[in-house]
Ligand binder design. Sequence first.
Ligand code: TXA
Ligand code: MG
Length: 335
Amino acid sequence: MAFPTETVYGLGADATNPEAVTAIFKAKGRPPDNPLIVHVADPADLETLVAAVTPLARDLMDRFWPGPLTVILRKTARVPDLVTAGLDTVALRMPAHPLALRLIALSGVPVAAPSANRSGRPSPTRGAHVVADLMGRVDAIIDGGPCAVGLESTVVDATGDAPVILRPGAVTREMLAGVSGRVELDPALARRTHADTTSAAPRSPGMKYTHYSPRARLVLAGTPGGQSTDDPATAARALMTLASRYPDEVVGVLCTDETAALIPAPAAGHPHLVVKTLGSVLRPAEMAANLFHRLREFDTSPVTLILAQPLPEEALGLALMNRLIKAAGYRWEDA
Ligand code: TXA
Ligand code: MG
C-alpha cells in the first residue's frame, strides 16, 4: 500500500516476504537491479536486519532519525536478496511522519518502500500524484496531504568511518559534516552532462536510471560546469533568450520567485510562455517541497519544452540540482 512520509510517498510491503517485494517492483515497473529502502519504526528494529550497526551509523541515527536520512549497512540473511538487488548491504530509514511510523509499527515487520511513482516519473509528494501513477496497481493509498520535505531521503553509505553521500537530500552535506567531520560524495554525483563518462558508475544503483521525468523535455538553462548565478536579472535574460529560439513550441519556464518577477507576462514575443516558480531562492526548503509538484503540473499544461533555471548547489541546493539535472536527462543549453 502507498503511504505518506515526510520526504515523498512510499509504496510499502513486508520487506521479509519475497512475494510482497516482487509485487512492489511489478506495480512500479521498476528494474529488478535497483534495491529498495527498508523502513523501520524504531532504531532497535535494525537488530535482525544488519550484521552490525557501525559507530558512524549509530551517530547518524542518533542525530537524524526519525528523518530524511537513509543509512546503508551490511545486511543479514533476514533481508531477502530481492530487496537489495543482490547487494550484501541494505538501505534503512526511520521516517519522521506519524502515519508512516504508525503503519510500520502496526505491520510488525520492516517495510520495504520505494517512492510510490511509476518508474522514471517524478516522485509523488501528494496523494493525487500516487493516484495518477498507481491507481488500480496497488491495494490502497493513504492520502496524508503534501509531503513537508518533497525530495527523497539523503542516502549515505555508513559501512565505513566517514559517510559517503550516494544521493543528496534534506540532511545536507553540511549537516552530516556537523556529526562526522569528513564527508565524501559519491564521484558519480559530479556528473553534469550526457557525454560525461569520466564519473564512475553510481554506487547507489537507482542513480543510474532516468528519473523524475516530466512528459515535456526539460533543459537546464546554462552551462554544465558554469557557476550558476542567483542573480535573477541574468537568469531571467537567459531564460527569455533561450525561449525565443523555440517559437514553434509552447515553452515552460521553471525558476525562482525572484527570476519569475523579472519575466514579463505574457512575455514579449512568447505568448505561450508558461512560467512556474519553485519559490524564493531565500527559502530552499520551499523550493524542494514544490519541485516534483511543479514538474507534474507541467504534464497537465500544453508545454512541450521546459527551461529550468540552475540553482546554487549549496546545502539543500545540492539535492535540488541533483534532481533537476536528472529530470533534464543531463541536457543543458546556454543562452
Ligand atoms: O525518501 C525516501 O527515501 C523515499 C521514501 C518513500 O522513504 N524512498 C525512496 O526510495 O526514495 P527509492 O526506492 O525511490 O530510492 C532508493 C534509493 C535508490 O537510489 C537505490 O538505488 C538506493 O536508494 N539504494 C537502496 N539500497 C541500496 C544499497 N544497498 N546500496 C546503495 N544504494 C541503495
Ligand atoms: Mg524513487
